[in-house]
Design a protein around this ligand. Structure first.
Ligand code: NDP
Ligand code: 0GV
Length: 287
């Protein structure tokens, strides 16, 4: 029995991995914000799976570095999100259509007390929310044709109020409202385009570690595994994806039955003495 288990479980794991990899083989995928972090890792996974991908970001040098590690099937296009529609048109020209739109990019914000800067919130909404809407609108004809998928990378901070991420959190909550409502309309209209909202906890990307690692008493999860889980969620047309499952799903259950207890638990996971009252802008701040 023990021997059978030792053979059977890895074998089943291999079969599942193979099946999942073959699901994205040959698919035409856009990944936004793929020059660093989780987006970069998704691009590498997709290249290994044999997908045809188009990646975006603003910084040409970083994007070229990623492109250099990808297969020849890959097409790169750089754009600020003001060119959202243009990126989607590029998919039509270079990929001949689209099966999956992965909206992942995120503008720079600060990790600290809300500073009252309304202009910053407006700018961040433009990058983190409105450009997602614009790209979805432009991509929809192609996605309807392929009966494809939209994958929206959001956060626990788009479901629960965490301190020190006020502008960021506002943009992520907006994504839930827009895409959850749109999903309902797709069902009513028999539009076979799936929408997967990804609810992520703390992930070990350079930017997140730099901003929050010394303040949070929460261990970050690995970005490579996170990227793979997002792709799995999208390929399986899941409604929502939670990563890591336990540390995101359980707090959300608590939110619905004991919100104040969750708020208190959340506050206890921060080293408040390390926050200060000044801004903690990221090195690449410019938004
Ligand atoms: N890391 C974490 O702890 C968590 C992350 N998430 C979510 O995961 C996603 C990826 O995060 P992460 O990998 O950490 O982020 P990174 O900062 O590593 O990557 C962000 C990407 O977005 C691009 N980008 C930044 N500003 C713009 C802009 N104005 N227009 C277009 N592209 C832009 C960046 O490239 P460039 O600057 O060259 O444009 C980069 O490719 C985000 O949606 C984030 O909210 C959710 C929960 C936790
Ligand atoms: C205590 C718990 C129940 C769970 C706690 C999880 C908390 C700590 C997690 C959930 C979502 C996370 C933030 C996030 O989504 C994205 C970013 C952007 C990045 O550039 C800087 C870090 C930051 C602010 C993360 C900080 C840590 C957060 C609040």
């Amino acid at each position: 029995m023990g021997r059978l288990q030792k053979i059977l479980i890895p074998f089943l794991g291999l079969v599942l991995a193979f099946w999942f990899y073959s699901m994205l083989k040959g698919k035409r995928v856009i990944v936004t914000g793929a020059s660093t972090g989780i987006g970069e890792e998704m691009a590498y996974h997709l290249a290994r799976m044999g997908s045809h991908i188009l990646i975006t970001a603003r910084t040409e040098t970083k994007l070229q570095k990623v492109n250099g590690k990808l297969s020849t099937h890959t097409c790169v296009f750089m754009a600020d999100m003001a060119f959202a529609e243009h990126v989607v048109k590029e998919a039509q020209t270079s990929l001949g259509g689209l099966d999956m739109l992965i909206l992942n990019h995120v503008g720079t914000s600060y990790f600290g007390y809300f500073d009252g800067d309304v202009g910053h919130i407006r700018k961040l909404l433009e990058i983190n929310f409105l450009s997602y809407v614009a790209m979805t609108v432009s991509a929809l004809p192609m996605l309807k044709e392929s009966e494809g998928s939209i994958v929206v990378v959001s956060s626990m901070a788009g479901k629960v109020g965490f301190p020190f991420t006020v502008p960021y959190s506002a943009t992520k909550f907006a994504l839930d409202g827009f895409f959850s409502s749109l999903r309902q309309e797709f069902h009513i209209q028999n539009i076979n385009v799936s929408i997967t909202l990804c609810i992520l906890g703390f992930i070990d990307t350079d930017r997140a570690l730099h901003a929050a690692a010394d303040v949070l008493l929460v261990p970050p999860a690995p970005r490579t595994e996170c990227a793979l889980e997002i792709l799995k969620g999208g390929a399986l047309r899941r409604r929502e994806l939670y990563y890591r499952y336990g540390s995101t799903r359980l707090p959300l259950l608590l939110r619905d039955c004991a919100a104040e207890l969750l708020d208190r638990l959340v506050r206890s996971r921060y080293r408040l003495d390390r926050i200060g009252t000044g801004q903690r802008r990221h090195p690449s701040a410019g938004n």
